[in-house]
Design a protein around this ligand. Structure first.
Ligand code: HEC
Length: 218
């Protein structure tokens, strides 16, 4: 029975405290500050002012010319970085010699590359990469597009990936630029996929060379 009386007493005390705190008279003393750092933060608050910056605002604009350097893939330059090769024959040659695919190629990269390829490139190059695209071969297309080279021609099999990137970025003759549609990482995904098609083709000619061997060499 001790328990019961304890509960009742406790309840009564609780009710008294509750009623005490409800009062319509104005408070004469401020509440206790038991975590002052929360009420008066030491760190600068984003939307408050400080005495350090010229305009005193904590939230500052980025300096002019600032570009994001990270776009979801560590170690891969974002698409906002300028492509430092001019759209000239020399730029094309230099890109061919120097620009390398920065991606680690895995199944996800190839799947996404294939998806993008089928949206943007297959209309000319064909899903098979043999220039069988609809605007090249379609029976219902009145003025057909001149066939692009097959990815499995000797020239394109030997084409460095840096030149491929350059061409997709700037366009080449009848092929337009895809720099507006595809960001840098997406272009590399598409090129990885084109490469994988070329690897598969090579492997089909010479079954003793596995496709992963040729990927490593490139
Ligand atoms: C409108 C048709 C068309 C589309 C769409 C198109 N291409 Fe092309 N592509 C061409 C033609 C034509 C050439 C041949 C250019 C030349 O060498 O004169 C070419 C050439 C290429 C080459 C060889 C580049 C070189 O430096 O010789 C690659 C690689 C290539 N295309 C990849 C792509 C990729 C990837 C896409 C999609 C993002 C794409 N193309 C979309 C028509 C197209």
């Amino acid at each position: 029975m001790i328990k019961k009386s304890l509960i009742i007493t406790g309840g009564l005390i609780g009710i008294i405290i509750l009623m005490q705190s409800c009062s319509d008279s104005p408070r004469r003393t401020p509440g206790w500050e038991y975590m002052p750092d929360m009420a008066h933060p030491v760190a600068y608050e984003t939307y408050l002012t400080n005495g350090v910056f010229a305009d005193s605002m904590n939230a500052q604009k980025s300096p002019d010319g600032t570009i994001p350097i990270y776009q979801g893939m560590l170690g891969v330059e974002s698409s906002y970085m300028p492509f430092h090769y001019p759209n000239t024959t020399e730029g094309y040659e230099a890109a061919g010699a120097e620009v390398k695919n920065p991606l680690t190629i895995d199944q996800d990269v190839l799947d996404e590359g294939k998806r993008l390829f089928n949206i943007y490139c297959a209309i000319c190059h064909g899903e098979d990469g043999k220039a069988s695209g609809h605007i090249v071969t379609g029976a219902d297309v009145k003025s057909k597009f001149p066939p692009p080279p097959s990815y499995f021609s000797d020239n394109l099999l030997a084409l460095p990936e840096g030149k491929m990137f350059f061409t997709v970025h700037y366009g080449k003759n009848m092929m337009g630029s895809y720099a507006q549609q595809l960001d840098r990482i997406q272009i590399w995904k598409v090129i990885s996929y084109v490469r994988s098609m070329q690897d598969a083709y090579r492997a089909s000619l010479n079954p003793s060379v596995s496709s992963s061997d040729t990927t490593k060499k490139m």
